[in-house]
Design a protein around this ligand. Sequence first.
Ligand code: GLV
Ligand code: MN
Ligand code: MN
Ligand code: MN
Length: 396
Amino acid sequence: MTGESRAQGFPALWGEIAEIGRTAGGGYLRYALTEPDLTLRDWFRIQAHRRDMPVTDDGNGNLFAWWGDQWGRGAVLTGSHFDSVPHGGGYDGPLGIVSGFLAVDRLRAAGHAPRSPLAVVAFAEEEGGRFGLPCLGSRLLAGAIEPAVAAALTDRDGVTFGEALGGLPAGPLPGLKDRVKALVELHIEQGRQLEVPVGVASAIWPHGRWRFDFTGHGDHAGTTRMADRRDPMLTFAYTVLAANEEARLTGAHATMARVEAEPNATNAIPSLVRGWLDARAADPATMDALVEVVVKRATERAGRDGTEVVVTPESLSAEVTFDTALAGRIAELLGGAPILPTGAGHDAGVLSAHVPTAMLFVRNPTGISHSPAEHAEDADCEAGVEALATVLGELT
Ligand code: GLV
Ligand code: MN
Ligand code: MN
Ligand code: MN
């Protein structure tokens, strides 16, 4: 390790990536395997090299920088993702990777001699912002999706994940369970729930994405009598309101934030409107019931509008309860850190079905995320690095 990396604090290392993929509005466009993400992946390799940490690629787009034997038994993983939602914040994801490298620096500066291999990880396509399916890299690693299915996922320009990756994904790592002792993902908190610098995750709400295809009859906006229209935008608009109403009634979260219309012209009644529902709840029964009633109301409304609706589930992320013993041990190690659930999805959630997994949250003073306004104070990020180093020191 160089003296340079040992001396580096959070703001200096963070500053190295702060401009990558940043747009004029202050948000980030860091779609998986596009140029900004590739630049970040190069940066990852440089950081690993600076620290004498060999990098392996699992063939699924996930990168691992190793301190100790690569995939040796009892390995401990820490990291997160580089990719962002469109015009998202800079912390959601990269904070966990930058903190991983800085935690390694701290452990080395303290003379820590790990008994287990430790890797800093960058997972691919966590947000599903490019290929539509969240946590694609971690799902592949865990065997939660077939490589051929992942390879065929297509972005808005018609490029497949397989093409972007340069081949068929490798799929699950044999013996993942036996090789990995623990995964710890550090992440910015996203729900105005954390009032101290660092917390520990207890659970992730079950969540999923459903695509609604509303079809009607394209026609002239000026000449088609109101009574003659079969306008799918109307059915879509009703569905947005119905989803919001049902979520408020049940305590679930429902969002319809992505929409495409054809032909998408001011003066043409659309022939097709495609909208996506993001539904989440504290338990799967509430989420399933919400989706069921939204589909029912959309279908009934389509009958009245003379339109049709077809609903396709696109992804499902099961309810996650993180390893309770590990979370408790970490909270205690951190002097009684609060333990809290989240409605946001994470690679740690996917891997928790296979290996003992924990998450650290860093305070977000406004709670805002998936927005350019997302922010964490440097001092809290430093506290996050310190906490992560403590936890990794204990685990390795
Ligand atoms: C990803 O961050 C998600 O929870 O949608
Ligand atoms: Mn996110
Ligand atoms: Mn994230
Ligand atoms: Mn996420």
